[in-house]
Design a protein around this ligand. Sequence first.
Ligand SMILES: Cc1cc2nc3c(=O)[nH]c(=O)nc-3n(C[C@H](O)[C@H](O)[C@H](O)COP(=O)(O)OP(=O)(O)OC[C@H]3O[C@@H](n4cnc5c(N)ncnc54)[C@H](O)[C@@H]3O)c2cc1C
Ligand code: SF4
Length: 340
Amino acid sequence: MNSFTYTRATGVEAAVREKAADEGVKFIAGGTNLLDLMKENVERPSRLLDLNHLPLKSIEAAPDGGLRLGALATNAETAWDEQVKQRYPLLNQAILAGASPQLRNMATNGGNLFQRTRCYYFYDLATPCNKREPGSGCSAIGGYNRIHAILGTSESCIATHPSDMCIGLAALNATVQVTGPNGERTVKFEDFHRLPEDKPELDTTLAPDEIVTAIDLPNEDFSQHFSYLKLRDRQSYAFALVSVAAALQLDGNTIKEARLALGGVAHKPWRDQQVEAMLQGQPATEDTFRRAAAAMVATAQGYGHNTFKIELAKRAIVRALKQAAEGTQQASDIFTNSNP
Ligand SMILES: Cc1cc2nc3c(=O)[nH]c(=O)nc-3n(C[C@H](O)[C@H](O)[C@H](O)COP(=O)(O)OP(=O)(O)OC[C@H]3O[C@@H](n4cnc5c(N)ncnc54)[C@H](O)[C@@H]3O)c2cc1C
Ligand code: SF4
């Protein structure tokens, strides 16, 4: 690890100014991703600017009657918040499917949005990686790529986005509150993360000196019919091979509105609004769900070791939609990891 200095941010605007003035500065929140990357020398900041004393920890009503999650509220505080549990249980499940209770006690909502890919070549300085060192090549294409992406890939990078929380947020139509040198702005969740294209070093559409201050959940009701299904190599403490956030509003057995987002398959949470529109007005049957699943992966491409994900994703989508329609919560970490 390189040597670095450490200071505390005194205000949001001041933090933005400090970051803009020195590109060696990195914001730190829970530190659960950044410190790992520093220990591997993937990140080498000259100064850590600690955001933890900024007043961004509250979970409160959003202006439209939805819920505003402070960027510095921890993942545990967010998952176990009464409003989240009652009104946005899909988010509760998505968060609890990730990491471990100890990590969720440290990890913050803002930091979760920026966590970097778990591509093993990205962490291995001895191998080429366009995300770590632009222009050096991609070791995963033609290499061992079992955990890699099948949708939205490019010739430069086939890494996946690792977050569970973000898949729930994508399905729930969240927006992100951001402050930068030009003031505040709101970013739709679907526009927050980016596909690799020819710039895989960029994970998000934000400028490096912008701070996330909060995440807003809209005033919508998907609290009855939802499922977060995470398929992984072991039952807990593992990243998703494929995950599905599914939410439905039903009128009898007819789908009034559908939300579907996939994790573990692309460089960003993968949501397809054409597939969601396809579900609208249809009966909530296995046949409908199979057609939606086929459409969702119609453009998927396997790279060898990860080709199994195409069929896995299809089956997971059908299962998650069935669970959502039936109103049956999956047996998830909500039981095995129950804590605050
Ligand atoms: C062993 C292990 C297993 C894990 N398993 C899972 C899993 O299964 N599912 C899952 O979803 N996650 C998992 N995680 C990842 C974990 O959820 C993230 O590390 C965590 O959410 C990051 O939050 P943080 O506050 O610690 O971020 P930090 O490490 O502090 O920061 C991460 C990045 O975000 C930037 N940042 C932080 N806050 C802000 C802000 N407000 N505005 C702008 N930039 C900001 C930092 O500069 C840094 O670049 C795992 C982590 C570990 C170590
Ligand atoms: S998939 Fe992306 S992160 Fe992984 S080696 Fe290739 S360029 Fe690097």
